[in-house]
Design a protein around this ligand. Structure first.
Ligand SMILES: Cc1cc2nc3c(=O)[nH]c(=O)nc-3n(C[C@H](O)[C@H](O)[C@H](O)COP(=O)(O)O)c2cc1C
Length: 242
């Protein structure tokens, strides 16, 4: 633990003093010599490391938790957390209600930014780009793999719309439970038309690696040509100041 850190993470004077300092004391950083040839390979390596760490230790919960920022019709930002359900050469992807605020915002303005953050590993990845809908077949293939209750909840919630009270939600749940009984088969709850996914086609991917004294490493891949995340020639790499 660093000299300025507090284990309770509570208030200390006028600022909030979290646990980050003690983690950053041990940051490995990210040197140009070890950066993979493409943003895909670099992200894949860090995501795999986070998934492995989350199986082995308790301080990396929800390693695929992805903060997703959109802008609303007035240009005001909006952010929420989803789970990254897809990651391949095309970019990170997530599933959600297609009538939710985030989906409405993305249809009006596809500009999107997202971040995976692993404080205990001293690492974060930031993605910026535009969102495109994930194809229905891909969504369907994922949807049938979800547990019955998760598939049912897709039907039970008009995500982001107001609800009078908790009882209203539970009433909707009872209705869909009756409508789509659990037969133990993957087709018992169909994929709703209003449920799907978004993929981020990236123009920039930043890898942040915490280091001592806040001299962190930031290695950025920025797009210079067409091509997916694995296409090394589509990206230029540089270092940003911390
Ligand atoms: C750890 C975590 C994971 C979540 N995963 C999802 C998800 O995969 N999809 C989703 O639609 N909402 C997910 N949520 C809920 C969202 O944060 C959010 O409340 C919801 O999508 C509505 O956002 P919106 O009104 O801005 O559209 C998750 C929340 C947390 C805290």
């Amino acid at each position: 633990m660093s000299s300025s850190g507090r284990r309770d993470g509570g208030h200390d004077g006028e600022h909030i003093d979290g646990h980050i300092d003690e983690y950053i004391e041990g940051g490995e950083g990210l040197d140009e010599s070890e950066v993979r040839a493409s943003p895909f390979l670099q992200a894949r390596a860090w995501i795999d490391a986070a998934l492995a760490a989350s199986r082995l230790r308790e301080d990396v919960p929800e390693p695929t938790a992805l903060s997703v920022a959109t802008v609303d019709a007035s240009g005001a930002p909006n952010v929420r957390t989803v789970l990254m359900r897809y990651f391949d050469e095309r970019g990170p992807g997530f599933v959600t209600n297609l009538d939710s605020d985030k989906s409405r915002e993305l249809r009006a303005s596809p500009a999107i930014a997202a971040a995976l953050t692993w404080p205990a590993l001293h690492r974060a990845i930031r993605f910026r780009g535009r969102a495109v809908p994930i194809g229905r077949e891909e969504v369907e293939a994922y949807f049938v793999s979800r547990p019955y209750g998760s598939r049912l909840s897709a039907w039970a919630s008009e995500q982001s719309r107001p609800a009078a009270d908790r009882a209203e939600l539970e009433q909707r749940w009872s209705e869909v439970l009756e409508r789509f009984p659990d037969t133990g088969h993957e087709t018992d709850v169909p994929l709703p038309d209003f449920w799907g996914g978004w993929r981020i086609l990236c123009d920039e991917v930043e890898f942040w690696a915490g280091r001592a004294n806040r001299l962190h490493d930031r290695i950025v891949f920025t797009r210079i040509a067409d091509g997916d995340l694995a296409e090394a020639g589509a990206w230029e790499r540089f270092r940003r100041q911390p």
